[in-house]
Write a protein that binds this ligand. Structure first.
Ligand code: 26Q
Length: 824
């Protein structure tokens, strides 16, 4: 036998052996951990047994990772995030462990179909959207590239609400991912911390040695989930906190006969980790949210400080060993809590404590929308966190004092850099607290980081030059390419070499072949299979028949005015009218696919969902446009739905009002999978254009600075409607009830407000958008050129790997050297 044959034989033997091993493990888990007789086991039992068997393989790697990180004393990243939008874990874990095939065979021999049980795993939907999914991608990437890391968050009993569409409208239902228990997690009853709220502070001194006596204490209990990296390199820990009452019941109250009152404290405590807030931009401003933020921040910092002191026997070495990354301002209280722990509990001098705090902490900003920036009333914070409010005042006073005495002092308006906003009834600006307490602050795309310096953070940037840096977001190629798109991945490893799956920057080896007819047809076949699968799903969910040969044009993301789903649906209406006016033209057949949730309190976003569904009803029932245009709103968008849509997309809609989408990450997933982008010069679209080339992307519309100018001097709407083809007709039709025949005024207000104040530039960008769509129609009929562009996208999007983003954080922000073999 030659070398290759020997290897193949070894792999075959290995596979047979692993299959046999897994089969025994699954039976053992079923029998002894679940107490189920295999003869009567249900799908869910097989899923749980499969997960427990897979988990065993992770645990050894996990312990090895933790031991190595302990023995080498390497610096560790603590990623603090109120959201981790993980989705399902089994398929990902098996692939990263290279156990997929063995598990398929093992279950197969037991009469169970792996594909069928994988899809009943509930999504862990502990996040709203981009920010939460980014945290999940980064945890996997750190495990894959050997960055020692621990993610901290909340173990919500209920993740993001489930969405149903009833009569075209969104309805929200509670999500219940834990109803079958969570076989991935380990409860750590021994890791519980006390978290205080309210009460009073003794000592006149604000700076040091104060004693805070909270009026209420709850426990934070740890639940750990290992996250396995690519090829089982490392496993990072996701540690989520659950709230518990210290005393299950107030006995004295109970004994007085007030049975309900006795449960009140227990309910108040457990409420903290009960449910994820469904707002993805406008802060709710509710007390419970502030309690959530402090709860998980305090538990996490207590935990990491204790671990550090135990391992290194000193506190002042913290910045050498600990990097704390704040995922937006939601954990910004970490700045004050760290100072409290160091000054009040560890009795450090204020200056030393501040040096340590700033040395450890860094902050990622994800939005510049003014209404999305978190602020809390001083009075509320004084009541819930009296000691922290004092500490924030001291931080602020010292900071402002330093600036006042500096050379820039005279020319600086202190009210604009203060942590306290005195204009709107005294509020704590969490972004300023996070900025001032951090050694680095980063934006999530080149444009966004530049805008941070020019707008919201301009005054702070002037007094702290160099603090703001950019790390463009990234996505894990394991979940979003290898696992979501096995067909394309096979082609890519055939063309680029098998090592492309270890390092997606090698996708550029595809470039010389993008015009190759054979490779194009293989890529096309892979896409078609993905589209057929999605079409089956659409049929099953909605009863709508869609043709996999048609162009799948997708906009999948949270529903938000700035993301402009409205622009998309208005253009769809224009296209519908055009097809009806000229039915015999050879229109490119399209399926418009929308999916996304609106925050439950966001009235305008919910109206947009309603309009999309109303348009779908009319269009899909019109025989005249039957085989040219379909409109689909897929309900309950989540990570698993995204994994089905992304590899099936031909066209990716990234059409936010320029300057408003911080980065976007769906844009990267879709482009990497070969969808062509129609998009504005916003967020990471700009960098996608730089990587794929201007000829391989459809950019349209106003730039961020044009938007800014247009807002100063708005264009005459009547003039716009007269000059722009289709615009007046489309607006009149919507306003007049053409798509809501049973309720003709339903959209009158929506159209009226668009005509009054087009803040998001829907009408301003309509013409550029529509004419670009018609260019795309033309390209669709030139298949060779379409696929050349598609492959050019895949070939040039390796840079958007989370591994590149993590390497940048490690180098520029965390000061963590990567092992040579972890680098790209
Ligand atoms: C804040 C306070 C109270 C309640 C909720 C919130 C809240 C929750 C979630 C505010 C914002 C969010 C989420 C924001 C988010 O997902 N932003 C997106 O982050 C992505 C990752 O960086 C970017 O790609 C997107 O452009 C950005 O919109």
């Amino acid at each position: 036998m030659n070398d290759v044959q020997t290897q193949a034989a070894a792999a075959r033997d290995g596979l047979a052996e692993t299959t046999e091993f897994l089969k025994n493990e699954i039976i053992r888990k079923l029998t002894y951990s679940l107490g189920k007789n295999p003869a009567v086991a249900q799908s869910h039992d097989w899923l749980t047994a499969g997960i427990l068997a897979a988990r065993d393989h992770i645990v050894d790697i996990w312990h090895r990772t933790t031991r190595e990180s302990y023995e080498t004393g390497r610096k560790r990243v603590y990623y603090l995030s109120l959201e981790f939008l993980i989705g399902r874990s089994l398929a990902d874990a098996l692939n990263n462990l290279s156990l997929g095939e063995a598990m398929r065979r093992a279950l197969g021999e037991l009469g169970v179909d792996l594909d069928a049980i994988e899809v009943i795993e509930p999504d862990a939907a502990l996040g709203n959207g981009g920010l939460g999914r980014l945290a999940a991608c980064y945890m996997e990437s750190m495990a894959s590239t050997g960055v020692p890391a621990l993610g901290y968050g909340i173990r919500y009993d209920h993740g993001l609400f489930a969405q149903r569409i009833v009569n075209g409208q969104q309805q929200e239902y509670p999500e219940d991912w834990l109803s079958f228990r969570n076989p991935w997690e380990f409860e750590r009853r021994e890791s519980a911390y006390q978290i205080g709220f309210g009460g009073a502070v003794q000592s006149a001194h604000n700076d040091a040695g104060s004693v805070w006596t909270p009026s209420e204490i709850v426990y934070a209990v740890a639940y750990d989930t290992p996250i396995i990296g690519w090829r089982g390199r490392d496993a990072t820990t996701l540690r989520l906190w659950r709230s518990r009452a210290v005393h299950p019941m107030e006995l004295d109250v109970f004994n007085r006969g007030d049975h309900l009152g006795a449960l009140a404290a227990r309910n108040r405590a457990s409420a903290i980790s009960n449910v994820l807030y469904p707002n993805d931009s406008t802060p709710a401003g509710q007390e419970l949210r502030l309690r959530q933020e402090y709860f998980f921040t305090s538990a996490s910092l207590q935990d990491l400080v204790r671990r550090h002191v135990r391992q290194f026997g000193a506190i002042d070495t913290l910045p050498d060993k600990v990097a704390i990354q704040l995922n937006d301002t939601h954990p910004a209280l970490a700045v004050a809590e760290m100072m409290r722990l160091l000054v009040d509990e560890h009795k450090l001098e204020w200056e030393k404590a501040w040096e340590i705090t700033q040395g450890c902490i860094s902050y990622t900003n994800h939005t510049l929308l003014p209404e999305a920036l978190e602020t809390w009333p001083v009075a509320l914070m004084e009541r819930i966190l009296p000691r922290h409010m004092q500490i924030i005042f001291v931080i602020n006073a010292r900071f402002l004092d330093g600036v006042r005495k500096s050379p820039e002092g005279a020319s600086t308006d202190l009210s604009r850099i203060s942590i306290i906003d005195e204009q709107h009834g005294r509020r704590v600006r969490m972004a300023h607290l996070a900025f001032i307490g951090s050694h680095k602050v980063n934006g999530v795309s080149a444009l966004h980081s530049a805008l941070m310096k020019q707008t919201v953070f301009a005054p702070l940037n002037a007094v702290c030059p160099g603090r703001i840096t950019n790390v463009t977001n990234g996505i894990t190629p394991r979940r979003w390419l290898l696992n979501a798109n096995a067909g394309l991945t096979q082609l890519l490893s055939d063309v680029c070499g098998a090592d492309v799956v270890d390092d997606v920057s090698k996708l550029d080896r595809l470039m010389p072949h993008i015009a190759d007819a054979d490779i194009q047809s293989r890529a096309q076949a892979a896409r078609l299979a993905n589209k057929a699968k999605l079409a089956r799903f659409v049929k099953q969910e909605l009863g709508i028949l869609i043709d996999p040969q048609a162009m799948f044009d997708v906009q999948i993301k949270r529903i938000h005015e700035y993301k402009r789903q409205l622009l998309n649906i208005l253009e769809t209406i224009a296209l519908y009218d055009s097809i009806r006016a000229e039915p015999y033209r050879d229109w490119a057949p399209r399926v418009k696919i929308f999916s996304g949730k609106a925050a439950s309190s966001y009235v305008a976003a919910k109206q947009i969902i309603n309009l999309i569904n109303d348009v779908a009803t009319i269009v899909n029932n019109d025989r005249a446009t039957r085989d040219r245009l379909k409109v689909v709103f897929l309900p309950n968008y989540n990570v698993s739905v995204a994994e089905m849509i992304v590899p099936a997309a031909d066209l990716s809609e990234q059409i936010s009002t320029a300057g408003m989408e911080a980065s976007g990450t769906g844009n990267m997933k879709l482009a990497l999978n070969g969808a062509l982008t129609i998009g504005t010069l916003d967020g990471a679209n700009i960098e996608i254009q730089e990587h794929v080339g201007a000829d391989n992307i459809f950019i349209f519309g106003m730039t961020a600075s044009e938007v800014e100018h247009a807002r100063q001097a708005p264009r005459d709407i009547n003039d716009l409607q007269e000059k722009v083809a289709h615009l007046a007709g489309v607006l009149d039709a919507v306003a007049g009830g053409a798509f809501s025949p049973s309720d003709r005024d339903r959209y009158a207000g929506l159209v009226q407000s668009l005509r009054q104040n087009d803040w998001f530039m829907v009408l301003n960008d309509f013409d550029a958008y529509r004419t670009t769509q018609r260019r795309i129609d033309t390209l669709w009929s030139d298949r060779k050129e379409w696929w050349r562009m598609s492959l050019a996208n895949t070939a040039n999007c390796g840079w958007f790997s989370a591994d590149r983003a993590i390497a940048t954080y490690a180098k520029d922000i965390w000061g963590i050297p990567l092992n040579a073999d972890a680098q790209q």
